[in-house]
Design a protein around this ligand. Sequence first.
Ligand code: ASP
Length: 335
Amino acid sequence: MASKWNCSLAVGMLLFSNAATCGADWAIVLHGGAGTMPKDQPQETIQAYRAALNDALQRGRNILVEGGSSLDAVENVIRTLEDHPLFNAGRGAVFTHDATHELDASIMDGRTLACGAVANVTTVKHPITLARLVMERTSHVLLAGPGADRFATEVGVDRVQNEYFSTENRRRQLDDAQQRQRVKKQADPLKDSSLQRSDERYGTVGCVALDRHGNLAAGTSTGGLTNKRAGRIGDSPVIGAGTYASNATCGISATGIGEEFIRHAVAFHVSALIEHAGKSLDEAADLVLTQRLPPGAGGIVGIDAAGNIVCRYTTAGMYRAWAKSDGRHDIKIWD
Ligand code: ASP
């Protein structure tokens, strides 16, 4: 069920060359989570997802066309998706077991390997921006919980009440997950069955971009998994698991069962296979997703240093969109 399309840049193709910039090629890919809704959705629902993906893609694309940085493109794309209630990041984030929201995000600069991340933030409107500020204004990589919220106050990012992130749809998913949990608990009182069904696991957002200066960046933002325990942190804010970028290899953003992506250091694993085993991005992504992760664990999007794009998943679908300076672009949900 894995899907792929892998496009090579034609060397010297400068269709979008712009006198104000170096005129080099750029590429961008984003995801809105692996494990999509069933296919028999009303057209309006499908169109709403496509429109949201397109809106985010255009924002990133415009930054790259103008010669802006991949970091700016990644941050802006993810902020747009964090504002969109359809996705499990920012507004629209899933609920924890305690019916609250705890958000995770990370960002990485492939030029310098600088990176920043936040975990379990509860009142930050755009966790990806706070992650970038951790990278740019502290000597740390990852701030979590009340300390991260305090840092948000210090740097003055937009704040909201925790309920701002809530939507009816996510509340229904929590109710369903807890109902199933009660049934399972009766059958096996010792088993921890707090996580949700794979077909409900969707909406984490991520983006990878290559700018005209040859720099890669990657970022990921999520509310995590429905009905997760308070304090649970997934792969999205873990550099090397949910996010990784190095100009020497590739940028990666992942989505899926965070525990598996941490266990297999997925984003770094793909990069390491390119660097140390001579694999292409496509081969490396395929190997990690199909030979390391359990079936149906999730998906990744990535771009390598030459601008090749990969979108690979082992779920029924993955919300995704990409564009390149040669004019090609696509938005897809299923195969
Ligand atoms: N990877 C995220 C997490 O485990 C969830 C997702 O991508 O759907 O927190």
